[in-house]
Ligand binder design. Structure first.
Ligand code: COS
Length: 380
């Protein structure tokens, strides 16, 4: 077993690190303060091949393996968790089209969002279908050559900006989650409109919107995969998305530790650097242990995915432990910085706010414990 990155992965990490430090970091505080999605950064990520990382070139992707894709997210999350979240979640809908779509759908819908600077979104969650994702109420009724969609979605990352949205709706409502199907809906389709954009605690530069479908007619050929298989497809897609959250967590946690190490050395109280106080030095040790454990979990899950193994459990563990670790590290880093950490001048309070959503989105920590427990115990 070799735990080192290979030369391609190292190169991608280095490219992402330079981009994050030179181009993202200078804008991050302003993006957070103004809650502004940065089209400039998004288009730059498209130019660099980041929006298409992990997808084959024939569909507009830039290739690379799953670990490389996560290294990009990890490096960006060290500087701006909003930008890392934007990148990660942008890829979720396209990944669904790539996994389950027809050749024609892949050729038509993937290049604009993977390499041409257009945003994509994944629309599953509804006001009454959050953790219980199978409780979706949006309907899709076949009418001639079209499906007619009615319903609404909420908390959709990039929803109002997206050119292409993968939408989940019931085609056979009496079958519940086994009557769910997936559709590609393009911006500008009559009857499809974004609602309000949410005002969030953290990840403020990553847009979160409501979506409405009001007699929205979608061509029949926009059905993705088999009708009735939408829920299982959504779950398989989310397995991959959850690795992205693990990578975001890894980036945030490392930044929290790096800031803490600097301050533990610089800040003098009681006549010596505060890092010489055992209580505070142990905070750094606890962060380090969790970060190294998390790195192993995230990379192992990515490896399992790339090797074609069943990786639902690995992804759930990496996502759950990642979110908990990012919150733990951001909290301790803020504590180490005392009053200064609580002020808006430093990054600590942003890390604290940004990390908090990781325990909620792409499946809550509690849902991940359900997935993990079911797998470990074998009972439902
Ligand atoms: N991959 C493929 N198929 C899966 C799967 C996975 N990871 N997880 C479940 N399925 C399939 C099951 O095999 C089952 O298929 P059959 O119909 O053939 O039996 C079907 O999906 C239903 O699965 P299950 O019975 O486990 O569904 P539950 O209603 O119990 O829900 C949880 C399972 C709670 C895990 C799911 O609802 C969930 O992940 N909720 C959180 C949603 C979420 O993450 N939301 C935020 C992001 S969306 S933007």
């Amino acid at each position: 077993m070799d735990f080192r990155l290979d030369s391609d992965q190292e190169l991608i990490r280095q490219t992402a690190k330079e981009f994050a430090e030179k181009e993202v970091e200078p804008l991050a505080a302003e993006i957070d303060r103004t809650h502004a999605f940065s089209w400039d950064l998004f288009r730059r990520m498209a130019e660099l091949g980041f929006t298409g990382a992990g997808f084959p070139e024939e569909y507009g992707g830039s290739g690379g393996d799953d670990i490389s894709k996560l290294l990009i997210v990890e490096e960006i999350a060290k500087c701006c968790a909003s930008t890392a979240a934007t990148l990660c979640i942008h890829q979720v809908g396209p990944y669904g089209i790539y996994l389950f779509g027809s050749e024609e759908q892949k050729k038509t819908y993937l290049p604009p969002v993977l390499s041409e600077g257009k945003v994509a979104a994944f629309a599953l969650t509804e006001p009454t279908a959050g953790s219980d994702a199978g409780a979706v109420k949006t309907r899709a009724v076949l009418d001639g050559d079209h499906y007619v969609l009615n319903g609404s979605k909420c908390f959709i990352t990039g929803g109002a900006l997206a050119q292409t949205v993968l939408v989940f709706a019931l085609t056979e409502p009496d079958k519940g989650l086994r009557g769910m199907s997936a559709f590609i809906v393009e911006k500008g389709t009559p009857g499809f409109s974004p609602g309000k954009t949410e005002n969030k605690l953290g990840l403020c530069g990553s847009e979160t919107a409501e979506l409405f479908f009001n007699d929205c007619r979608v061509p029949r050929e926009n059905l993705v995969g088999q009708p009735g298989k939408g829920f299982a497809m959504a779950m398989a897609i989310l397995d991959s998305a959850r690795l992205g959250v693990g990578a975001q967590s890894l980036g945030i946690s490392q930044r929290a530790l790096a800031e803490s190490v600097k301050y533990l050395n610089e800040r003098v109280q009681f006549g010596r650097p505060i890092g010489a106080q055992q209580g505070l030095s142990w905070y750094a040790a606890e962060m380090k242990v969790r970060i190294e454990a998390l790195r192993g979990l995230v990379y192992k899950a990515a490896w399992a995915k790339g090797a074609g193994e069943q990786y639902t459990l690995d992804a759930a563990i990496a996502k759950y432990y990642g979110a908990e670790t990012a919150c733990f590290c951001a909290d301790l880093a803020l504590q180490i910085h005392g009053g200064y950490g609580y002020m808006k001048d430093l990054i600590l309070e942003r890390l604290f706010r940004d990390s908090r959503l990781l325990k909620i989105y792409e499946g809550t920590s509690e849902i991940h414990k359900v997935v993990i427990a079911r797998s470990v115990i074998g009972l439902k």
